[in-house]
Design a binder for this molecule. Structure first.
Ligand code: CA
Length: 746
């Protein structure tokens, strides 16, 4: 009895103590039904706790009205232990709601967003916050099905300390939407988030953040994007696409991002104290200025390599009386007190053409400190720059500057700081009146605190060596027991026939140790099929088509027939490819639509007696700027009796959102190539819409011509030291490319 009262007493005391520190009820829910009931009955100050575990196909509608001093909270029982998978999403509307600790992975949203700050077009979120949540590879498997991960509507919302990692399908990662006054002048805050790696989409629509759309671009959003860390966001040209007025981008870090902070539409943007670290990675970009009253000040940029629209600093030409969706003239904008160290390109009046003819006016570039050893001639001027006032800038004394005034010359003096930045010496900073650069935020300060930020792609040869004895399907058996990055090592001269195709699901290398090549053959229509997640390296092998089925359209390597939302790599080194001739149209590589290769590299290999093409990479034919491969590198290869085109690479349309394809051919020999009656390409190699092409030290004999079709985007094309003997030479649609030392022998 006494004991019971003591127990009763202590429970009462505990309850009182809990009530004292919490205004509302805490309610642990275990299923969707009780979650819905808890949301329905929640009052200000309540906390709804989702039980740890996997919630499959959970579409959460979090509707409620909290108070500033007593929000309604929806949270994970333990941060990171509530997994929303399958077809899950979260929509919220009302006021003063907080969501925290949830992880979306292993699935994708059935709607157009994973997290959306509204439950209908009329029911919006205001003063709501999503924090400490994760969306990790919650990507639609259909590469070009569009969705966003976060759509912010309403006003005065915050999105902070979240991790958004590895979005791989079409659609901006996070967008602020401005449709209607109820979504404008919104004062949203997007801060301390980790925007993790986003692979190259190979199309427009791979932005990481977009605020507004061209339609509402003259409206004010007044969103602040601050203290975020953008890590390898490579989706497309625009990491950030600003498309409304009055936004602030401050104290963010962009680490090795292949794209730019673009003031695409809208005026009165402030871009301040952001750190853009290219680390010398190709195509890393900076800050691009378009429109009126833009301010770019106190930013730090280092080792940014991008050119054209991806330069470190780009001031665009506009379109006179531009329609909303084109380019506004740069007017009354300021670029001041920025530090650029070893950045390759500064572009003024970029994009100048007959349409974009309105040059910048009332604009100043002042007080900037520019030090560059990587390019001693960093400025490119495309039009009349008299509307840009240059004052008090400092540049290294060995650099060339295309202006008479506005620059002081100082010695290039750069040192490293504790956090790994390359900075001008204190003496130079003092002369420029600038503070010592210091990262405004680091990886450890951002994102969900319980979730990893060590995202790495598995590289070839990063795993174990696995010896594979000769025999039927032994490679397939070894592969099925391998891990990503492993190397399958074949015996010299061994025979390795396949009776099934090898489905390449993870990164693998297949090689013969140095010396006599092992031979791989197949009874199936393709030897290797790269499916989502796979990458393949073939080294020192004989790939022989003599066992292939007697049917048209075989291939040695093919991609999946279905959409692949993971980019792949294919490397071929020191291989002999023979006898792809059992029937017509036998290709070495066959790719399908909705697939994308980061890199295809053929090196020191020989391709002989092939009835189809070697690389036919031309499946995106809608002409909307999509394509199937970013980098193609062919070096020191010999092609003989290839009836189709050795390479046909196609990117159609006039979209300017992407960089590739980027193609190089060096030291190759083409003999009797492209001459088959079924070769519809009509060339031995054909490049349509390639953005950066170099062909050097190659020779053609008794072959079809080299055909180039230049499209928009000022493609860079160089053809040098090439010999065409009894072959068609170079065919082209426009003569705007560099040719040097081309020999034609009839
Ligand atoms: Ca874009």
């Amino acid at each position: 009895m006494i004991l019971d009262s003591i127990k009763y007493c202590s429970i009462t005391l505990l309850t009182l103590a809990l009530l004292a520190c919490k205004a509302g009820n805490s309610n642990v829910v275990h299923d969707m039904e009780s979650l819905r009931a808890a949301i329905k009955s929640a009052v200000p100050g309540d906390e709804i706790i989702m039980a740890n575990g996997t919630w499959e196909n959970a579409e959460i509608r979090f509707v409620g009205t909290g108070r500033e001093d007593a929000p309604i909270t929806l949270r994970a029982e333990e941060n990171g232990k509530v997994i929303l998978s399958g077809q899950s999403n979260l929509r919220l509307s009302g006021e003063y709601l907080v969501v925290s600790g949830l992880v979306f992975k292993r699935g994708y949203t059935p709607t157009s967003a994973v997290i959306e700050y509204r439950t209908s077009s009329k029911d919006l979120a205001h003063h709501c916050r999503v924090t400490n949540c994760v969306i990790d590879d919650y990507s639609n498997p259909e590469r070009f099905d569009v969705d966003s991960w976060v759509l912010i509507f309403g006003k005065n919302n915050r999105f902070d300390h979240n991790s958004l990692i590895d979005k791989r399908n079409l659609g901006v990662t996070l967008a602020v939407r401005l449709k209607g006054e109820e979504n404008q002048e919104n004062g949203h805050i997007i801060d301390y988030n980790y925007f993790g790696p986003r692979q190259n989409l190979g199309a427009n629509g791979g932005e990481t953040i977009r605020i507004g759309t061209s339609h509402y671009s003259l409206s004010y959003s007044n969103t602040v994007v601050s203290n975020n860390y953008f890590d390898r966001c490579d989706g497309e040209h625009e990491i950030i696409s600003n498309k409304s007025c009055g936004n602030i981008y401050r104290d963010n870090v962009f680490d090795q991002c292949r794209g730019t902070l673009t003031m695409r539409h809208g005026h009165y943007t402030l871009v301040e104290n952001n750190y853009l670290l290219g680390r010398g990675k190709p195509n890393t970009g900076g800050i691009r200025v378009i429109n009126k009253n833009q301010t770019v000040r106190n930013n730090y940029l280092s080792e940014i390599t991008g050119y054209r629209f991806r330069g470190a600093l780009v001031v665009m030409n506009g379109v006179p009386n531009s329609p909303l969706n084109r380019y506004g003239q740069v007017v009354d904008s300021k670029i001041e007190n920025n530090i650029l160290v070893d950045c390759d390109h500064i572009q003024l009046c970029a994009g100048s053409d007959t349409e974009r003819s309105a040059v910048p006016v009332g604009t100043s570039i002042s007080g900037n400190l520019i030090l560059s050893k990587t390019n001693l001639n960093p400025f490119t001027i495309y039009d009349d720059v008299s509307g840009i006032k240059l004052e008090n800038n400092i540049i290294n004394d060995d650099a060339e500057v295309p202006f008479k005034t506005g620059f002081k010359f100082e010695k290039y003096e750069v040192e490293s700081t504790g956090d790994g930045l390359k900075v001008p010496t204190k003496k130079l900073l003092k002369r420029a009146g600038l503070d010592l650069p210091r990262l405004p935020v680091e990886k450890v300060d951002v994102g969900a605190d319980y979730y990893t930020k060590d995202w790495e792609r598995v590289e070839f040869r990063s795993g174990e060596l696995i010896a594979v004895p000769p025999g039927t399907n032994t490679i397939l058996e070894a592969y099925n027991n391998s891990n990503a990055g492993d190397v399958l090592v074949l015996e010299n001269g061994g025979e390795y026939p396949f009776t099934k195709h090898m489905e390449v699901r993870h990164t693998v290398t297949i090689r013969t140790k140095s010396g006599e090549k092992a031979r791989i053959s197949s009874e199936k229509e393709s030897f290797f099929r790269i499916v989502n997640g796979g990458s393949l390296e073939l080294d020192n092998l004989l790939l022989d088509g003599y066992m292939s089925p007697d049917m048209a359209g075989n291939s040695v390597v093919s991609t999946s027939k279905y959409s692949m939302n993971q980019n792949y790599k294919l490397f071929v080194r020191d291989c002999d490819i023979r006898n792809l001739d059992v029937n017509h149209s036998f290709n070495f590589l066959k790719v399908f639509k909705n697939t994308f290769a980061d890199t295809i590299r053929l090196e020191n290999s020989s391709f002989k007696n092939i009835t189809g093409a070697v690389l036919h990479i031309a499946e995106e034919t809608e002409d909307i700027g999509r394509y199937n491969v970013e980098h193609v590198q062919i070096a020191d290869c010999r092609f003989e009796q290839v009836q189709g085109a050795v390479a046909f690479i196609y990117r159609g349309g006039t979209d300017e959102s992407t960089f590739g394809p980027i193609v190089s051919l060096e030291g190759n020999k083409f003999n009797e190539c492209g001459m088959g009656v079924r070769n519809k390409v009509g060339a031995s190699v054909k490049f349509h819409g390639v953005q950066n092409l170099s062909v050097e030290n190659c020779s053609w004999t008794d072959s079809a011509p080299l055909n180039i079709y230049l499209t928009n985007g000022e493609p860079i094309t160089l053809i040098k030291d090439c010999v065409f003997e009894r072959s068609g030479s170079i065919e082209y649609n426009r003569a705007e490319f560099e040719r040097e030392n081309i020999e034609i022998i009839n």
